[in-house]
Design a protein around this ligand. Sequence first.
Ligand code: PEP
Ligand code: MN
Length: 274
Amino acid sequence: MNDFATRRSWGPKPNYPTVAAVPKQDWPLIVIAGPCSVESHEQIDVIVPVLRSVGATYCRGGLFRAGTYPPPQGVFGLKRDLMEHWAQAVRQAGLKTIIEVLDIRQLDDLWPYADAFQVGARQMQNYSLLDELSKSSKVVTLKRNMGATLDEWLGAAEYLARGSAKPILVERGGSSFLNHTRWELSVSIIPAAKSITGLPVLCDSSHGSGRRDLVEPLTLAAIAAGADGFIIEVHPDPEKSLSDADQATPLERLQTIVERAAVLHTLTKKWRTS
Ligand code: PEP
Ligand code: MN
């Protein structure tokens, strides 16, 4: 295992043998795009065709919200009526669905609609959830918690990888003293993770900055640093997003970002072998 990740001489030694044994490989560019929250049938019908036309891999859409602060009305509910329509529209367009799961009790409800699951930053060390997901053969994106180290992130991924799930690592920024961003995307953690494991590593610069003007440059920086793709929150009318409005990228900008990321992704692949 890579020495850079194991500087501490006391305490448990980093231990993620399955993750570290994943062979290094070139992944195709993975694009997970969609709104922060699925808001309405109309919103779904506007967003999905655009994702299809830009060649996105997955459509994301929060059907449960995981927020820093609780919602005024009590709980973040499951938008059951929208889930059916959303999953159908996404799949009919030839895309895959990805749904955040917060709790083991939601799994049965979400299962038929989720081609992949997202484990959000706040659930990164929810080991009973990770264990349950590891029994599936689904793709599971695992976001780095805002306070987690590289080792802790990979340790959490080990819970998934030692089963039959297919983990994807997502860097989504951490807490820092900087106050020009909501969270601070770590570009360095991307090649550091990739030096240890062949699992795909994505960036989420929407949450990793909290600022729409920084999403594109940070996404491109992460791809240049070796990321295999990205998560991006898009909205047809960003200012009117019901959640995370400050970081929503205008839907019409998505094509340019995907095209630019694809160029960098191809270049970095070439550079890795030269
Ligand atoms: C999200 O993707 O909508 C989300 C809540 O992400 P995170 O877990 O990174 O905060
Ligand atoms: Mn969000």
